[in-house]
Design a protein around this ligand. Structure first.
Ligand code: F6P
Length: 345
């Protein structure tokens, strides 16, 4: 019997399809301090749900799943049908996967206890962010944070398992359902991005080791709320205009964040009269993006302190958010701290 060592093909006839997310997760498993494979499985569960949500969002116009669901969520926002569907998809994937003991979701009033006391992880998730953009074919996203539970497995979940500061995240990521669908995640060892190849049904590594530019020329803020900003934010945005920076605001946090992460820029959602503590949620929006930002060399602050160090006290706690290229965030933060705060109108 003749045995030959494998020689990778050099002919170039069959081009390489690259590294799948599954293979990448497996390769990187040993980077993770508790490398037991459970976190890897959890990431795969999230990726599977993301593929299903991707299928449903891209077909939304064809099936009767566009438009409002007819209910208001705990945030007081009108739920879209796809918000509800995405929530079901992720809940199902996370509960069947068996690695998770509890879920905090934008769409759920309370913590969802999966009654799986052997699960080591807690997931905080915004299943479909920017959902008001669904019906008009504009990019939307999923944002997730993964925490290791603090209490021992085998015992019921406690408040301390849920109310963890962002610094405690063991992994975080987002899925962007855009001109292509991407999954970007970190386990605290850099940030990697994967593009979904629809015909193969796989995410492939397309953006290895993402590094955010330290500075940029894009600012993203809802200028319709300008009358309600504090002086520091006003001064910073004026300065962006003086410098002829470009204003780019999609109104989908994941999409705005992703663009600025790759191109250099800053996203701001400051306190306003309507949302005096900011609009974005700490546990399942700001924290995940803040970890990714920091891992890519960017920054995230509420204007005063690092987002990741905020100790949450309530489930759906909101926070002002300034996130993006480090030089821009530092400059905005310093203007906020030096200018005397004007009362909100
Ligand atoms: O989750 C809230 C969200 O939809 C973000 O995706 C988005 O950046 C922001 O709200 C848009 O808010 P507004 O419409 O007030 O600008």
């Amino acid at each position: 019997m003749k045995i030959l060592p494998y020689q990778p093909d050099q002919s170039g006839l069959a081009y390489s399809v690259g590294t799948t997310l599954d293979r990448f997760i497996k390769l990187k498993q040993s980077d993770f301090p508790f490398a037991s494979g459970e976190l890897s499985q959890l990431l795969r569960d999230i990726a599977l749900a993301a593929k299903i949500v991707n299928r449903e969002t891209t077909r939304a116009g064809l099936s009767n799943i566009g438009g409002a669901f007819g209910q208001v969520n705990v945030q007081g926002e009108d739920q879209q049908k796809l918000d509800v569907i995405a929530n079901i998809r992720f809940m199902r994937a996370l509960s069947k996967g068996g690695e998770v003991c509890a879920i905090v979701s934008e769409e759920e009033d309370a913590v969802i206890d999966l009654q799986n006391t052997s699960g080591k992880y807690v997931v905080a998730i915004d299943p479909l962010d920017g959902s008001s953009n669904i019906d008009v074919n504009i990019s939307i996203g999923t944002i997730f944070s993964i925490y290791r539970r603090k209490t021992p497995t085998g015992s019921p979940i406690q408040k301390e398992d849920i109310m963890q500061a962002g610094t405690e995240q063991v992994a975080a990521g987002y899925v962007l359902y855009g001109s292509s669908t991407m999954l970007v995640y970190t386990t605290g060892c850099g940030v990697n991005g994967f593009t979904y190849e629809q015909s193969l049904g796989e995410f492939f590594l397309s953006h290895p080791n993402i590094q955010a530019p330290t500075n940029g020329k894009i600012y993203s803020v809802n200028e319709g709320t300008q009358r309600e900003w504090e002086d520091g934010i006003l001064a910073y945005i004026d300065q962006c205009k003086d410098r002829r920076y470009s204003a780019r605001y999609i109104g989908s946090l994941v999409a705005d964040f992703h663009r600025n992460l790759l191109k250099g820029g800053i996203y701001l959602y400051p306190a306003t009269k309507k949302n005096p503590t900011g609009k974005l949620r700490l546990l399942y929006e700001a924290n995940a993006l803040a970890l990714i930002a920091e891992q890519a060399g960017a920054m995230a602050t509420d204007g005063i302190q690092r987002i990741l160090e905020i100790q949450p006290t309530t489930l759906h706690q909101r926070t002002p958010l300034l996130i993006g290229s480090s030089e821009m965030v530092k400059e905005a933060e310093s203007m906020i701290s030096t200018l005397i705060k004007a009362p909100l109108l």
